[in-house]
Design a protein around this ligand. Structure first.
Ligand code: HEC
Length: 192
């Protein structure tokens, strides 16, 4: 089950990465390039890691509230949505251990996450993919856990109150630094 899937990813990765250099038609058809997408996702990850690291070492007199969250994962989600709609791409954050059920990874995404959990060297994959019957290119980027993330994605019992109350079926806890938190998954349609 796992092996053919990994082979598919590797094949698609090679295929996807060679397309722009071997075919000018493919370049014309793509609005944003995979490397522009990867740059954008790296910037979002850096932004979140910076925001999260500012929370490390907070005192118990200064608890993390819903208001604090507005400064960490909320702006990343918002920036991703805004960038996706202005760039004409489809973008999501996905996880198998998710907090918001709308971010639940399924099918191929869930299989990819399972494979990447076991292999920390996997950072990016680019492959051709079809969405709603339309051809396009998929870019997947790893989201690792940094120290600051543990303030809200660490031990279940030490999650901030607002998270315990708002996310009843939260599975995005008990992570450790370096774990795979989830993936960014971006789909660029081929220009028709
Ligand atoms: C201040 C609390 C807080 C911190 C710190 C925090 N997160 Fe989150 N994170 C949340 C909340 C709350 C959600 C659910 C957002 C929603 O409802 O869409 C979330 C959602 C996510 C998601 C979307 C998938 C899901 O499970 O719904 C990812 C990916 C994520 N966080 C990664 C990180 C990473 C990586 C870090 C550290 C660099 C981090 N978070 C730090 C509170 C936090």
């Amino acid at each position: 089950m796992k092996k053919p899937f990994l082979t598919l990813i590797l094949f698609n990765l090679t295929f996807g990465l060679t397309l722009p250099t071997t075919s000018t038609r493919a370049e014309e058809k793509t609005r944003v390039t995979p490397s522009q997408v990867i740059d954008q996702l790296n910037q979002l990850s850096k932004m979140r890691e910076g925001l999260a690291s500012s929370l490390v070492g907070r005192s118990s007199q200064d608890p993390i509230t819903a208001d604090t969250f507005q400064k960490v994962c909320a702006p990343v989600g918002k920036a991703l949505r805004e960038w996706a709609s202005s760039s004409g791409v489809h973008a999501q954050q996905l996880a198998t251990r998710f907090r918001n059920p709308t971010n639940q990874a399924q099918g191929t995404d869930a299989k990819l996450i399972q494979a990447w959990e076991k292999d920390p060297s996997q950072l990016t994959a680019v492959f051709t993919s079809v969405r709603d019957g339309k051809p396009g290119m998929q870019i997947v980027q790893r989201i690792p856990v940094a120290e600051g993330c543990l303030q809200c994605h660490g031990e279940k019992s030490s999650r901030p109150d607002f998270i315990q109350k708002k996310y009843i079926n939260d599975q995005a806890h008990s992570f450790r630094v370096g774990d795979l938190r989830g993936i960014f998954s971006v789909w660029i349609p081929d220009e028709s």
